[in-house]
Design a protein around this ligand. Structure first.
Ligand SMILES: *Cc1c(COP(=O)(O)O)cnc(C)c1O
Length: 417
């Protein structure tokens, strides 16, 4: 069930007309469908109903607290990559025992903060990090649960910028070094070896790379057992893709079947870190057409959202479906839809057939719930946009639009000026 549908000529989010949101909060804004977030979480969770598991939503995909709370209410934990994300998730009410902490560059204060709150485990990405966590745990009289993020050297077949599990990537510890590190970890005073972890990339549209990686890690798990190191958690990471355009990623149930099949003989507790899969198609960005201009061989539609609001097209040349919020355009036109930013990379659509938008028309960019607002910035001194959550026939602003005063918050004029 798609919760972003037309009723008559008007595009709705669930039972709320987007034009009504625009009238109240202005443009641009992100709108999230609570029913879609819920359905995605439930589908993912349900795919593993027969085995012990925890879904640790990857906060970086969309870190807005109301989104976090939606998943926490459904029993979800979180995957974090910074102290800031931990703070957000705790504020939203996450159970610290369902927090996993990934990332190649954890700082001392972040490690200490996570230890103090009692997270489930650190996904360790380097030898030095392991030593550091042990030292800090000892100093603070805590034990740190750890998993080693093993880099399995498997190609996920996705965009190079979101490929993370190949040998030359900065992520994880290579499979040939990981055995030694586990052996060392088992002797470190502040460390409790509890799991093994992988995350091979994002927007995967096939299950094989996941299964191939799991198979590689299973060999290691067996060897570790032989050494008396018995791991409880198998963190399979995130990365399951969604449909933006014509991709056909597996549905969570099919992904789940193959993962369960590959792991069931281990008897381990599975952990997942889905981000995009849960939020991507649950959010849209709504913007307004400011101007249009036509040249001999080119049409431009200038809108009030730019690459600072939705960076994915500029960053990965990625596709977002475009829909008219009110379907009354006179046909279609091949155009670039561009933002107000002074950069040529500032486009949301390049040379595609889109509705012939006119000044004042509202434009919806679909599948913008993941890595949308979360990657936004105030570049060009543009206040970050508002976020709205819709539930049935209600909607609420879950993040206020920034004001121009917010833009200079924290700035201090140098006294020597
Ligand atoms: C980004 C990230 C995820 C989430 O990836 P998705 O493709 O959004 O599911 C999960 N785990 C780690 C370690 C990540 O860095």
């Amino acid at each position: 069930m798609n919760h972003f549908q037309y009723k008559g000529n008007e595009l709705f989010a669930e039972d709320v007309a987007l034009k009504d949101i625009a009238a109240q909060v202005g443009t641009p804004f992100y709108a999230y469908s609570h029913a879609t977030l819920t359905r995605h979480f439930t589908a993912f969770d349900g795919a593993f109903a027969d085995v012990p598991h925890t879904i640790c939503y990857s906060v970086k995909a969309n870190s807005t607290q109301s989104v976090l709370k939606t998943f926490i209410n459904l029993g979800g934990g979180v995957d974090i990559v910074s102290g800031g994300e931990l703070y957000r998730a705790l504020k939203a009410g996450v159970d610290p025992g369902k927090v996993v902490y990934s990332g190649v560059g954890k700082k001392d204060d972040e490690i200490e903060y996570a230890l103090t709150t009692g997270i489930l485990m650190f996904n360790v990405e380097s030898e030095q990090e392991l030593t550091r966590i042990s030292e800090i745990a000892r100093r603070t009289g805590k034990k740190a649960g750890i998993a080693i993020r093993v880099n399995p050297d498997v190609d996920p077949g996705t965009h190079p910028y979101i490929t993370t599990g190949l040998k030359n990537a900065k992520f994880g510890i290579t499979i040939d070094r990981a055995m030694e590190e586990y052996t060392r970890a088992a002797t470190l005073p502040g460390i409790d070896v509890v799991g093994i972890d992988m995350h091979i990339g994002s927007q995967l549209t096939k299950v094989n790379p996941f299964v191939d990686s799991i198979e590689k890690l299973k060999i290691m798990i067996a060897r570790l057992r032989g050494q008396g190191i018995d791991l409880k958690y198998f963190d399979c990471g995130g990365g399951l893709g969604i449909q933006y355009n014509e991709e056909e990623p597996p549905v969570p149930a099919d992904y789940g079947k193959e993962i369960v099949n590959a792991t069931k003989d281990l008897g381990m507790h599975l952990v997942f870190e889905p981000g995009r899969n849960l939020v991507g198609n649950a959010g849209i960005l709504v913007s307004k057409c400011l101007f249009t201009k036509a040249r001999d061989d080119k049409n431009f539609i200038m809108i009030d959202a730019g690459m600072n609001d939705l960076a994915r097209p500029a960053l990965y040349d990625s596709f977002h479906g475009v829909q008219a919020v009110k379907k009354d355009q006179d046909g279609m036109i091949v155009a670039d839809i561009v933002g107000p930013i002074c950069e040529s990379g500032d486009f949301l659509v390049k040379g595609r057939e889109v509705p012939m938008f006119r000044q004042g028309d509202l434009v919806a960019f679909m599948s913008a719930g993941a890595y949308g607002f979360a990657m936004s910035s105030s570049y060009n001194s543009r206040p970050r946009v508002a976020e709205v959550m819709v539930k049935g026939d209600r909607f609420e602003v879950v993040r206020e639009r920034e004001t121009i005063e917010d833009l200079i918050k924290g700035e201090k004029m140098a006294t020597f000026l």
